[in-house]
Ligand binder design. Structure first.
Ligand code: URA
Length: 260
């Protein structure tokens, strides 16, 4: 068992090294979690052989972390408290690699909550969601229906940038679920915008953003049924601009619902 201080020092060293590689534009391969139960002693090929990879930080037990996330998130009385809990949470590979947690931007009193997938590089650096190229398109999309940060609250289903900019795994989404659930409870929005397939899966359990976008969903928030509209992710629209017309239709459906 590693002493807590040594564990923290190891994590900080790993984070600094990952940040350096990241700055160099190199995607870091994910180091698999260290086994929790010691296996039979593995005979090294040669005693003096140098290690081939950096040692993996000890990974928390997934089930225990989920339990901890649920317990702590549920007890958060305010947004500030929830943010502090997430900042202090050991999310394994996610928190080992991220520079900052990405919590939210916009108006906490807004009726509309936009929920994206996971932070990218710009978000990881700034600690704010949707501030990179995809975020700029997202802002333009909502400006087109007269909505901006004064009437929107923006967050993600995952508060840490996954290493190498990959999507969060299903296990990671499960671990993050108590945080976004509590986040929705504390904001208590009247309408939710689900941005991208990963958020669709995390929030509704459904797969297939191509067929689900534009179709109103219902989310249960603290016993209240809240309408939710899935949209294409703006990063996807940047790669597939021909689909912007569908996104425009979906935005108009949101506007009609707000105006009606
Ligand atoms: N993509 C997301 O889904 N969220 C962000 O915050 C940035 C990019």
């Amino acid at each position: 068992m590693t002493a807590p201080n040594a564990e923290q020092a190891l994590k900080s060293a790993l984070q600094a090294s990952h940040a350096w590689w990241d700055d160099m534009g190199v995607d870091i391969p994910v180091v698999p979690p260290a086994p929790r139960t010691p296996k039979k002693a593995h005979k090294p090929i040669a005693k003096s052989a140098p290690p081939r990879t950096a040692p993996a930080a000890p990974q928390p037990d997934a089930a225990k972390q989920l339990e901890k996330a649920a317990e702590q998130a549920k007890a958060a009385p305010t947004l500030e408290a929830l943010k502090t809990i997430i900042e202090g949470f050991d999310a394994g590979v996610l928190s080992d690699h991220a520079r900052n947690i990405v919590f939210a931007r916009g108006n906490p009193d807004a009726d509309i909550m936009i929920i994206g997938e996971a932070p990218g590089r710009s978000e990881d650096e700034s600690g704010k969601p949707f501030v990179g190229p995809a975020g700029q398109l997202l802002d333009k999309m909502f400006a087109a229906i007269d909505l901006d940060e004064t009437s929107l609250y923006i967050t993600n289903v995952c508060n840490w940038r996954p290493p190498g900019n990959r999507n969060p795994t299903e296990d990671e989404l499960t671990m993050c679920a108590p945080f976004i659930t509590r986040h929705m409870e504390l904001i208590a929005p009247k309408l939710i915008i689900i941005v991208g397939g990963v958020s669709l899966l995390a929030l509704t359990g459904k797969t297939g953003i191509m067929k689900t976008r534009g179709n109103w969903q219902e989310l249960d928030i603290n016993g209240e049924t809240v309408p939710a509209m899935p949209l294409y992710h703006p990063a996807f629209l940047l790669r597939r601009p021909e689909l912007k017309k569908d996104a425009w239709r979906d935005l108009l459906a949101i506007k009609a619902r707000l105006d009606g």
